[in-house]
Design a protein around this ligand. Structure first.
Ligand code: DQA
Length: 152
């Protein structure tokens, strides 16, 4: 992915266990790896004149630090928080302190799964949520970010 000085930067964040995509519960999450999804997002971003950065971490604090560093530097955040979605209020607060659009992204549809997945602490601070579209969601999230940023 090639960076252009004037392009808005979109930060894609991937939470715990998403590094195992491709091997982890493929009946739920599909056969693609995280690298496949990042490549999908990067291609869509390039088409739309956005620069994509990606970070995956299994550690809540690392993701929160990345959100802080994105303040005033990144135009939008797309985040698949993994299971942090359902309980990490520190993540909620960090995203609330980010000025641009926040797109919550899930491969599966957590609201049609176990009851503990029905609550999202990210949803109240997300501009919109994309869930249940598998890998297509990554392209959809980039398109949604572009629309929110007015670059389409
Ligand atoms: C997920 C859904 C979460 O409930 C789960 O903990 C994940 C992945 C998804 O992409 O469908 O790790 O965010």
């Amino acid at each position: 992915m090639s960076a252009h000085v004037d392009n808005p930067v979109v930060l894609l964040l991937s939470g715990p266990n998403l590094n195992l995509l491709g091997e982890r519960e493929p009946k739920i999450y599909g056969p693609e790896t995280l690298a496949d999804h990042v490549a999908t997002a990067a291609a869509a971003a390039e088409d739309l004149g956005l620069d994509l950065e990606h970070l995956q971490s299994n550690h809540e604090g690392v993701i929160i630090d990345a959100i802080h560093t994105a303040r005033r530097r990144c135009a939008a955040i797309i985040i698949n928080p993994g299971a942090l979605t359902h309980y990490a209020w520190s993540l909620h607060d960090a995203l609330a302190a980010f000025d641009g659009p926040v797109i919550e992204l899930h491969l599966s549809d957590p609201k049609s799964r176990e009851p503990w997945r029905h609550v999202s602490v990210v949803e109240p601070v997300a501009t919109l949520t994309i869930a249940g579209h598998g890998g297509d969601g990554y392209r959809m999230a980039i398109e949604a970010a572009a629309k929110e940023l007015g670059v389409t």
